[in-house]
Design a protein around this ligand. Structure first.
Ligand code: NAD
Ligand code: IPM
Ligand code: MN
Length: 357
């Protein structure tokens, strides 16, 4: 069997609650697919920060580099400013390991009602490819003259040809392997200077993909269409901030932010990739045992896919679907089940699929 070393960072709040049962599900499905997981547990978090003055040890990134992949829960908790926790852990990992693609499927699972009133026959099944290393999330800028009347904050957006091109090509490849349609999120009416450049690079790349139909949408109109006509989308490519906003909206239209998964990919595989739910640490419900674990579990399935085990990944997704159609749901989906009860239901289905196979 193949041994896979996975760095596990549960992080803060519900991150720790949804991570634990996910590892058991991975072990169960791994066993049947010749995958043996070696977990490298890291308690890096806001609690760790309070103890040590840093979100991770000085050689934290080196420790992670030794792992094949990374599983993350969520980072950030009241008491530590978000810019400290995020620039101290999440963002450095995404950047150091060149995880320049953030892949975020938006799929309405069987058994879940979308909060939208959908037209007969509408299926929500698309993927957002979010640029994950640059754009609006740049390190160029800062705050000046704090506490004076001249105080200001400035941040430059940085779009490089290389950065836009690799996101565009990834999205075009994905669209070519799906239904052949790519929506590009833009704001090209010239107000935002970077966006006409984004459009130009996307369309330069698209010339190599005659089978993919590319259409630009202004981000504001695109957000409205996620609500009004989500069935039209196949692959959506977006900059870092646009993609961030669109994917919480995407999570909402598939019923809950608690289900949506996210893969921070280093497509070349030179570095570990990182798999996490779209949601954060949810301080408002932390410690109650009611967080939905499905986003974390679905993210684990994306990891299996990235590891080259699509069958194992599909079994996890089927088990998620089976748990949903059996009616075991957390409160965010209108149910009464606990985190553990939902995770146990998924585990049971993973195991019984194995027995059936
Ligand atoms: P959030 O995603 O944590 O919570 C938003 C809302 O969704 C809350 O009402 C929460 O209860 C609910 N929710 C989220 N996940 C859920 C789940 N699994 N089951 C049921 N309900 C769920 O977003 P926020 O409140 O904006 O941020 C809280 C903290 O998390 C902040 O510190 C933020 O910076 C951080 N954060 C981290 C990540 C990450 O690590 N990738 C992502 C987003 C936010
Ligand atoms: C996400 C989160 C992060 C982001 C925050 C916590 C920095 O919202 O993963 O979607 O904006 O990338
Ligand atoms: Mn987000």
């Amino acid at each position: 069997s193949r041994k896979v070393t996975v760095a596990v960072i549960p992080g803060d709040g519900i991150g720790t609650e949804v991570m634990e049962p996910t590892l058991g599900i991975l072990e169960a499905v791994g066993e049947r697919h010749g995958l043996e997981f070696a977990w490298q547990h890291h308690d890096w978090s806001c609690e760790y920060y309070t103890r040590t003055g840093a979100m991770m040890p000085e050689d934290g990134l080196e420790q992670l580099a030794a792992a094949d992949q990374i599983l993350l829960g969520a980072v950030g908790f009241p008491g530590v400013p978000d810019h400290v926790s995020l620039w101290g852990l999440l963002i450095p990992i995404r950047r150091a390991f060149r995880q320049y693609i953030n892949l975020r499927p938006v799929r309405l699972m069987p058994g879940i009602d979308s909060p939208l009133v959908l037209r007969e026959g509408t299926e929500i099944d698309f993927v957002v490819v979010r640029e994950n290393n640059e754009g609006e999330y740049s390190e160029v800028g800062g705050r000046m003259y704090r506490g004076t009347p001249d105080e200001f904050a400035v941040q430059e957006s940085v779009f490089t040809r290389r950065g836009v091109e690799r996101a565009a090509r990834f999205a075009l490849d994905l669209a070519a392997s799906r239904r052949g349609s790519l929506a590009s999120a833009t704001k090209s009416n010239g107000i935002v200077h970077t966006m006409p450049f984004w459009d130009e690079v996307v369309h330069d790349c698209a010339r190599d993909y005659p089978g993919v139909e590319v259409r630009d949408y202004h981000i504001d109109a695109l957000a409205a269409l996620f609500v009004l006509d989500p069935g039209r989308f196949d692959v959506v490519v977006a900059s870092n901030l646009f993609g961030d906003i669109l994917t919480d909206l995407g999570a909402a239209i598939i019923g809950s932010i608690g289900i949506a998964p996210s893969a921070n990919l280093n497509p070349e595989g030179e570095h570990p990739s990182m798999f996490e739910p779209v949601h954060g640490s949810a301080p408002d419900i932390a410690g109650q045992g009611i967080a939905n674990p499905l986003g974390q579990i679905w993210a684990a399935s994306l990891m299996l896919d990235h590891l080259g085990h699509p069958q194992a990944a599909a079994e996890v997704v089927s088990a998620i679907e089976a748990s949903l159609t059996s009616g075991v749901r957390t409160r965010d989906l209108g149910g009464t089940a606990s985190t553990t009860e939902v995770a146990d239901a998924v585990l049971r289905h993973v195991t019984s699929e194995g027995a059936a196979a």
